[in-house]
Design a binder for this molecule. Structure first.
Ligand SMILES: [Zn+2]
Length: 355
């Protein structure tokens, strides 16, 4: 900068101070303040040009302008520091603000799950019998041949025992180990452990070699029931199951029993309930008959009572067993049992919610 005199220098310093203060005070953020500081005091600022030219001024003017340069520098620097404090406080408040919890906002309700339809049905079946005085018993899914077949009066050559139907476990153990094909084994365990009267329901998972299709699964659930005491008759069985059907499907339910054969009961029967879809007029669910087969039942075979050491002359009893999937399928109008196991939330969330 050639030929700058004291007057030029004074004017530039005044402008530098005025413009510099304006820039610093209007800075809206720490970044803008940094830029304003560089513009006012940086190497390329007019103020710095004056500073560099001090040496070319006459002695007298140099002292005068030099004092003024120091004064302007101090004024600009202290303005920067003042502004920095203000901006830092504002920044701190913004951070606090963004962290603040608004206690007046409505809460977000956590998404509640729903019970699996099979759980719902199993619980409901058990609750109905518990209200009638039955006790719920559960047991192991791995059983021996004795508990699953022999004690239940299933003859050695019965087809259910073959590897075609039953999953045997190839592990060392007491006799043949298998995955239980029915929860009836719990009847034997219970009767072995207590004297009559016995009133139990046994819910649980059972296994059979089945190819999955809309009405069959290799793993499914059963609830079996057993009552043993003096003087129990077939009428007690029918009365109990009628009470169950009314509690499960509605007060206007009727039941129908037809003869059937299971090795562990004599006589054995199939229980049908009046179709709760069409009220007996005939529909697709009941295949036009007005009746839906619900479960197998019968009077406990004397051999079974003797196998657990009960006096079959003194005691009689009845037993029944139903598939939970079948009951759920009928109750909810589900077309395919496999849907219960696919875990599709859109399907599962249609059932009763928890809580
Ligand atoms: Zn029907």
């Amino acid at each position: 900068m050639a030929a700058m005199d004291a007057t030029d220098a004074a004017r530039i310093l005044e402008e530098s101070l005025e413009r510099g203060l304006a820039g610093i005070r209007s800075a809206g953020s720490l970044d803008e303040l940094e830029a304003a500081q560089v513009a006012a005091l940086g190497r390329k600022a007019p103020f710095s040009g004056v500073q560099r030219s001090l040496g070319s001024l006459p002695e007298e003017a140099r002292r005068e302008v030099g004092r003024r340069v120091n004064g302007v520098r101090e004024a600009l620097r202290s303005a920067v520091e003042e502004r920095r404090v203000v901006l830092q406080e504002a920044e701190g408040r913004r951070l606090l603000e963004s962290d603040r919890v608004d206690v007046t906002l409505r809460g977000r309700r956590p998404r509640a799950g729903s019970l699996h339809p099979l759980t719902l049905v199993e619980r409901q079946v058990c609750e109905i019998f518990v209200r009638m005085g039955y006790r719920v018993v559960t047991g192991d899914e791995v059983e021996t041949d004795w508990y699953n077949f022999t004690a239940l009066n299933i003859p050695p050559d019965h087809p259910a025992r073959t590897e075609k139907d039953t999953i045997y476990l190839d592990v060392p153990g007491p006799g043949d180990l298998l995955l239980r094909t029915e929860t009836s084994a719990m009847q034997i365990h219970t009767m072995e452990g207590q004297e009559p009267p016995v009133h139990i329901v046994a819910p649980g998972r059972v296994y059979r070699k089945e190819t999955p299709d809309p009405t069959h699964l290799p793993v499914f659930h059963q609830v079996e029931g057993l009552a043993v005491d003096e003087g129990i008759t077939f009428a007690d069985l029918k009365g109990t199951l009628l009470a169950f059907a009314k509690a499960m499907f509605g007060e206007d339910q009727r039941v129908r029993m037809t003869p059937d054969y299971f090795p562990f009961v004599e006589p054995g029967a199939q229980l049908a309930v009046s179709c709760f879809i069409c009220r007996g007029r005939g529909c697709r669910t009941c295949k036009g008959t007005g009746w839906i087969e619900l479960l197998g039942c019968g009077m406990v075979h004397p051999n079974v009572l003797e196998n657990v050491g009960y006096d079959a002359e003194r005691y009689t009893g009845f037993a029944f067993g139903m598939g939970v999937e079948r009951v759920a399928l009928l109750r909810y109008g589900v077309p395919d049992m496999r849907m219960f196991y696919e875990g599709d939330v859109r399907f599962l969330e249609q059932f009763e919610r928890v809580g």
